[in-house]
Design a protein around this ligand. Structure first.
Ligand code: ASP
Length: 316
């Protein structure tokens, strides 16, 4: 009988770009930490009990999609038209199978539809009405757009619009924080069979044009998993993550340059920064090493250490 592997691991993020330190209250901190902890619990219970990394990442991301404090599922950012349009992806590091969805308006848990696309369709990527029709045909109930409404994201849309209208001269009047600019949720995991998986879900960016698609559902940009190297989930300026092919870069630097996970993750993020992008990523390799670099003021993040202890962090 093959020996059971001991190394398992899970890392989650709730977006790079955190609330300003000066604005953080014990109550707010409890909410953000609580969300990350719940996501870790959901995912870690699965890999600890011998379940798959795919199930673990999907479960962790669903928790954060349901949490209105994070920019994914309920609590997603608004487009310039005042709608919510969500993107998500999931990838299986064993087979390189992937499922991604974009511009969803009525799906409560976009990550689960991404998984369905991966497992039940002959495609990798689906968007908009077609993706939602596919969801319906497979028994996923659609929800009204109202479900995604949160007052804080609505207020952020108004602030972003006003700031963009005022241009650089308005920068003193409208303070746009790191948290205003960023947000996404994601998870990466390693299971007892040595399989890696990555999942990411986002509401995108406040005041994005309807139809805009970010890096999250672009395999190799915001999401990537490959058993030969690592699993990656990113958060940040989607356009730059796409241009820099961030997630695949981490894997490629390990595979072709022989870099370790930490160095590869850092180097890939530097490529994003060189283009002018900010953000962060979480990654785990086939040996259970983790990396969580970011170049913003903070990143909501957590991982399970080798002793099974949950580590949750917000700032540097
Ligand atoms: N990467 C996301 C997007 O561009 C946003 C973020 O993570 O801040 O859609």
């Amino acid at each position: 009988m093959p020996e059971t592997r001991k190394t398992i691991g899970l890392v989650v993020h709730g977006g790079a770009g955190t609330i300003e330190r000066s604005e953080m209250t014990p109550e707010k901190e409890r909410k953000y930490r609580g969300g990350i902890e719940q996501a870790l619990t959901a995912g870690y219970t699965i890999v600890k009990d011998g379940g798959s990394s795919l199930d673990a990442t999907e479960a962790a991301v669903r928790v954060l999609e349901d949490d209105p404090n994070f920019n994914a599922g309920k609590g997603s950012d608004f487009t310039s038209a005042g709608t919510n349009e969500m993107d998500a992806a999931i990838m299986n590091g064993k087979t390189l199978a992937a499922g991604t969805v974009a511009n969803l308006k009525h799906i409560k848990n976009p990550v689960s539809l991404a998984r369905l696309v991966m497992e039940k369709s002959k495609h990798v990527m689906m968007d908009g009405e077609g993706a939602e029709a596919f969801a319906k045909a497979n028994g996923i109930q659609l929800v009204d757009q109202k479900y995604f409404f949160t007052q804080h994201r609505w207020d952020l849309l108004q602030k972003t619009k006003a700031a963009e209208k005022a241009g650089p001269s308005g920068s003193k009047k409208f303070i746009i924080t790191d948290q205003d600019l960023h947000g996404t949720v994601g998870a990466v995991a390693l299971d007892r069979d040595g399989n890696l998986a990555a999942a990411t879900s986002t509401g995108g960016k406040a005041n994005k044009l309807p139809g805009r698609v970010g890096d999250t559902p672009v395999i190799g940009a915001g999401t990537y998993a490959n058993n030969a190297t690592c699993a990656v989930s990113g958060t940040g300026d989607g356009e730059f993550f796409i241009m820099a092919t961030l997630a695949h870069n981490v894997s490629a630097l390990m595979e072709y340059r022989g870099m370790n996970l930490q160095a590869a993750a850092q180097a890939a993020l530097e490529q994003v920064a060189k283009l002018g992008g900010t953000g962060g990523l979480i990654a785990i390799d086939k040996n259970g090493n983790v990396a969580l670099p970011f170049n913003t003021s903070g990143m909501y993040r957590g991982y399970v250490d080798p002793n099974g202890k949950f580590v949750v962090e917000i700032y540097k």
